[in-house]
Write a protein that binds this ligand. Structure first.
Ligand SMILES: NC(=O)c1ccc[n+]([C@@H]2O[C@H](COP(=O)([O-])OP(=O)(O)OC[C@H]3O[C@@H](n4cnc5c(N)ncnc54)[C@H](O)[C@@H]3O)[C@@H](O)[C@H]2O)c1
Length: 461
C-alpha cells in the first residue's frame, strides 16, 4: 500500500464512521476521550492493564467522580464502548490512541516505561494501515525517537519526513513507504473544569510525516470542534510543555510575590484581583500551598532532562520548581508562627488539614501539596487528621501511607483541633461554619475571603 492510498483508505473509514478506535490507558485522559469517540458514533475499545477498571466500564460504571456512570452506561448499552485487558484486540483497531502515565522516576528523570510497554504491546499486535497517536505528555522527540523504532520492530514502517503547512493545511500529504501512520497530539484535559469540555478544547496535532498528520486530523475532527496542525510531532510535544511550563513559572511568580507581600503587609489576592481588571497583557495566576497534579509539577522536568542533551540549562523551570516546592514548608512555618503567637507549639498540636485533593472539587491526589504538608507536620511532631469529601480514606501511595480516614466535619470536631489548615478550597466547604467553630484557621487559598467575622483567628499564608 502506498502512503497516499493508505491515507485515503483510513480517511474513508473515518468519514463513514466504520473505523474502530482503541484507547490505551483509560484514566483521567483516556476515559473522556473514549466517551467522545463513542458518542460520535465510533465503535470504541478502551484498553487498560487495570482489570478492575475494565470490569467497571463493562458494567457501565465509573471510577472518576466528575464522569457520571450514566455517561459510561449510555455508550456501553448502545454497544459503542467496550473495554478489555487483551492487547490482541489492538489488531482490530484502525486508530490507537495512547494515554498512559508519564511520571518522573526517583531521580526526577522521565519515566517512559508506561509508553514503552504500550509501544511494545502495540508492535506485537499491529497490522498495516493503522494510525497510532501518542497523547501522553512527554519531551520533544519521544514519538520519533522512542515510539517509532519500537513500533517498527513489527516489520512495518513509517518514514519520518518533514512537511510544511500552508494556510493551516498540508498540500501534498502523500508519504511514500508508509505502512502505518504515527502522530503526537497533546491532551489538554483539565479535570473538573466545568467551563470547557474535552471536545471544546482545540486539538493540536503533529505527525511523523504528512500522511500521519492528515490522518490524525481526520480522526480528531470527528470529536473536536477545532483541530490545528503543526509541522512535526516534536512541535506538538513542545506545545504541551510550553503550556505547562507557562503555568508552572507564573504560579511560582505569584508564590514568590505572595511571600514578599506577606512581609510587606500587602494582600496579594487583592493585588491580583486589581491587576486582572487590565483588559490586555495580564493573565491571573493564584498563589497556593504548592503545586499538585500529574502535569504542572512533573512535565517541565521532562524538558529539563531533554535540554541536557543540548547542554542547555532550563533556568526558569529550575527556579520555578525551587519556589513552588518550598511552599508546603512555608505553610508549616506559618502555622508554627501562628501557634507560637498563641503560646502554643506545633509539637503535639492537633492539626486538621482540609482538602487532600491537589485542587478543588476533584478526586485526584497525585502530587498533592496537602500530603507533603501532612508529612512535614508529622515530622515536626504534630498530630494530624484530615477531611476531604472525595477521599473517605487515604489510600497507600508510592510515597505516603498515612493510614487515616476523613474525620467528620462537625462543630464539635472542628473545635477539638488546635488549628485547621485549608489546603484545598473545595466548593462544598462552608467556610463561615469552619471559621466559626475552629480555634485557628490557616488559609492557604484565600477561601475565607467572604467570611465577614472571625478574622482574628484566620491567618492567610
Ligand atoms: N490528568 C490530566 O489532567 C492530564 C492532562 C493533560 C495531560 N495528561 C497526560 O496524559 C497522560 C495520562 O494521564 P492520566 O491523568 O489519564 O493518567 P491516569 O493515571 O489517570 O490513567 C492512566 C491509565 O493508564 C493505565 N495504564 C498504565 N499502563 C498501561 C499499559 N501499559 N497499557 C494499558 N493501560 C495502562 C492505567 O491503569 C490508568 O488507568 C499522562 O501523560 C499525563 O501527563 C494528563
Amino acid at each position: 500500500m502506498t502512503g497516499s492510498s493508505l491515507l485515503m483508505e483510513f480517511q474513508s473509514r473515518i468519514s463513514e464512521k466504520t473505523a474502530r478506535v482503541g484507547i490505551v490507558g483509560m484514566g483521567y485522559v483516556g476515559l473522556p476521550l473514549a466517551l467522545g469517540f463513542a458518542r460520535n458514533g465510533f465503535h470504541t475499545t478502551g484498553f487498560d492493564i487495570d482489570a478492575a477498571k475494565v470490569e467497571k466500564l463493562l458494567r457501565g460504571e465509573t471510577y472518576i467522580t466528575h464522569i457520571p456512570a450514566s455517561a459510561v452506561a449510555a455508550e456501553v448499552n448502545k454497544g459503542k464502548l467496550e473495554a478489555t485487558t487483551d492487547y490482541a484486540q489492538l489488531r482490530e483497531m484502525d486508530a490507537i490512541i495512547i494515554c498512559v502515565p508519564t511520571p518522573l522516576d526517583e531521580h526526577r528523570a522521565p519515566d517512559l516505561s508506561y509508553i514503552e510497554s504500550t509501544a511494545e504491546a502495540i508492535s506485537a499486535n499491529m497490522r498495516a494501515g493503522q494510525l497510532i497517536v501518542l497523547e501522553s505528555t512527554t519531551y520533544p522527540g519521544t514519538t520519533d525517537e522512542v515510539v517509532l523504532p519500537m513500533l517498527e520492530k513489527s516489520g512495518l514502517h513509517c518514514p519520518p519526513l518533514p512537511y510544511t503547512i500552508t494556510g493551516g493545511a498540508i498540500a501534498s500529504p502523500e508519504t511514500a513507504g508508509a505502512d502505518f501512520l504515527l502522530a503526537f497530539s497533546p491532551e489538554r484535559e483539565d479535570p473538573g473544569n466545568k467551563q470547557f469540555q474535552t471536545h471544546q478544547i482545540p486539538k493540536v496535532i503533529g505527525g511523523v510525516n504528512a500522511a500521519s498528520a492528515v490522518a490524525a486530523q481526520a480522526l480528531y475532527d470527528q470529536v473536536f470542534e477545532k483541530t490545528l496542525l503543526v509541522s512535526s510531532a516534536r512541535a506538538a510535544e513542545m506545545t504541551k510543555l510550553l503550556e505547562n511550563i507557562y503555568r508552572c513559572v507564573n504560579i511560582a511568580l505569584v508564590n514568590e510575590l505572595k511571600l514578599l507581600c506577606l512581609r510587606m503587609g500587602i494582600d496579594i489576592w487583592e493585588v491580583i484581583e486589581a491587576a486582572k481588571t487590565k483588559p490586555f497583557g495580564f493573565t491571573p495566576f493564584y498563589p497556593g500551598p504548592g503545586l499538585g497534579g500529574h502535569c504542572i509539577p512533573i512535565d517541565p522536568f521532562y524538558l529539563t532532562w531533554k535540554a541536557r542533551e543540548y547542554e542547555f540549562p532550563t533556568r526558569f523551570i529550575e527556579l520555578a520548581g525551587e519556589i513552588n516546592s518550598a511552599m508546603p514548608e512555608h505553610v508549616v512555618a506559618s502555622l508554627a508562627d501562628a501557634l507560637n503567637r498563641r503560646k502554643q507549639c506545633l509539637q503535639e498540636a492537633r492539626i486538621l488539614v482540609l482538602g487532600v485533593a491537589y485542587k478543588k472539587d476533584i478526586d485526584d491526589l497525585r502530587e498533592s501539596p496537602s500530603l507533603r504538608i501532612m508529612e512535614l507536620l508529622k515530622i515536626r511532631g504534630a498530630r494530624v487528621d484530615y477531611h476531604d469529601p472525595y477521599f473517605p480514606r487515604l489510600p497507600k501511595m508510592r510515597r505516603y501511607d498515612f493510614r487515616l480516614a476523613s474525620v467528620e466535619l462537625t462543630a464539635q470536631v472542628l473545635s477539638q483541633f488546635d488549628a485547621v489548615v485549608i489546603a484545598t478550597d473545595h466548593s462544598s466547604y462552608d467556610y463561615h461554619f469552619i471559621a466559626r467553630h475552629a480555634r485557628l484557621v490557616l488559609d492557604t487559598r484565600n477561601a475565607t475571603r467572604d467570611v465577614a467575622g472571625f478574622r482574628e483567628k484566620i491567618v492567610r499564608c
